[in-house]
Design a protein around this ligand. Structure first.
Ligand SMILES: [Zn+2]
Length: 394
């Protein structure tokens, strides 16, 4: 039922008597509740979806609902997950993995202003068993990008905020790069690319514009046939284009020396993100165990310190399950962070290896203060999440 129809049914003055603020809130609410049927949500085009998402976020924030649920659903803390930290306006193929320096500063300022205390991952177990009413926020960065040191660390320092880095060791060793990350870095840097594929033959991509770069990434990433064959073909194309894998890794990813510099800072925690950034659930038992255990051993031997935390690559329930959590336990990890959205509650002391996280980036609202407030106040942990918000795929 549409907002207009509801207005017709309501007694005269019902929407205006309590002031324009309530009227607007109710109207936004009705617009938000209208498209609840999953089938109709699927049929919406992207622009409509984006408008509805914005509407939903506005409604949850402006209606006061977000603040209302805080005492019940904010839990004792939350973990934020970032990937890249870059100056605003930096062109990248995947903005969904980037937060701007000023956006990060604004997010941390908001969190501090709102009374959230920044803590290290190591402190989480004690926090969960303590009676402290002060809510905590732990900050994590995945994949080991160089910009974490150059642009991220100074902002975290500014706020005296501990943070955890989860690099994958192949990148540190300059021994391999995740396929998606290779495509992003390569296509961003070339105006055309010729890929000689064993099954698909010669493919030529003109990549002068950002859209054409993104299109080429999509095509290559989803090319049929074995992923390894496409990966090797792109690696060869990358070298022919004057940008071999090692050059990309040197340009965009932390080296061991840089990681050691960061690790020497008492505010910094280093954790495991596997050897090759593998989708662990797709591997054999032996392969999965090796990805975790070898990365842990490598980090510990190169850094000379115990590594007690893991971030599962990709991190959704389809990428890491009981087996991965069991291996993490067996290998002595203290915490494991996923990408399931939600806050941290006392009950998580029983499941420290499957902690939820809020992934934050400069797109999809997530770095907006109103979205951050909504997330930290616990909207993902309410029944509303399952019934409505998840269907909206906000
Ligand atoms: Zn990752």
């Amino acid at each position: 039922m549409g907002a207009a129809r509801l207005r017709e049914m309501a007694p005269a003055g019902a929407f205006g008597a309590a002031g324009p603020g309530l009227s607007l809130t109710l109207r936004i609410g009705f617009e938000f509740l209208r498209p609840l049927h999953e089938e109709s949500v699927k049929a919406m085009n992207d622009r409509t979806k984006a408008a509805l998402k914005e509407c939903a976020v506005q409604f949850v924030d402006k209606s006061g609902f977000s603040r209302l649920i805080k005492p019940f659903f904010a839990g004792c803390g939350a973990i934020l997950g970032f990937h890249r930290v870059l100056p605003e306006g930096t062109e990248v193929c995947t903005p969904g993995h980037v937060i701007g320096v000023n956006q990060l500063r604004a997010a941390l300022a908001f969190a501090r202003r709102s009374g959230w205390r920044f803590i290290a991952l190591d402190e989480i177990p004690d926090r969960l068993s303590s009676k402290s009413r002060e809510r905590f926020l732990a900050l994590t960065l995945d994949d080991g990008y160089l910009d974490n040191l150059v642009h991220g660390a100074p902002v975290f320092e500014e706020f005296d905020a501990p943070f955890a880095l989860f690099p994958y060791t192949n990148a540190l060793d300059r021994a391999g790069i995740d396929f998606w990350m290779l495509l992003q870095a390569l296509l961003l840097s070339v105006d055309s690319l010729q890929v000689d594929h064993p099954a698909h033959g010669r493919q030529v991509f003109e990549t002068r514009t950002m859209q054409s770069k993104r299109d080429a990434v999509e095509v290559l990433f989803h090319l049929s046939g074995p992923r390894e064959a496409t990966y090797q073909a792109v690696l060869a194309a990358s070298a022919r284009a004057g940008l071999p894998m090692e050059a990309i890794l040197d340009r965009d990813f932390l080296s061991w020396d840089q990681l050691r510099t960061l690790a020497a800072n008492p505010r910094v925690t280093i954790g495991v993100h596997t050897v090759s950034h593998a989708n662990l659930a797709a591997l054999s038992d032996e392969g999965c165990y090796r990805e975790i255990s070898e990365a842990k051993a490598r980090l510990e031997s190169r850094l000379g310190t115990r590594v007690r935390h893991i971030a599962y690559p990709f991190g959704s329930p389809s990428n890491c399950r009981k087996r991965e959590f069991d291996y993490a336990r067996e290998l002595g990890f203290v915490t494991g962070v996923t990408t399931t959205r939600g806050n941290v509650f006392p009950r998580h002391s029983e499941s420290l290896l499957t902690l939820p996280r809020h992934l934050i980036s400069g797109v999809k609202h997530s770095a907006d203060i109103k979205y951050l407030r909504m997330s930290l106040n616990g909207v993902w942990d309410t029944p509303l999440n399952n019934k409505i918000v998840r269907k909206m795929q906000i």
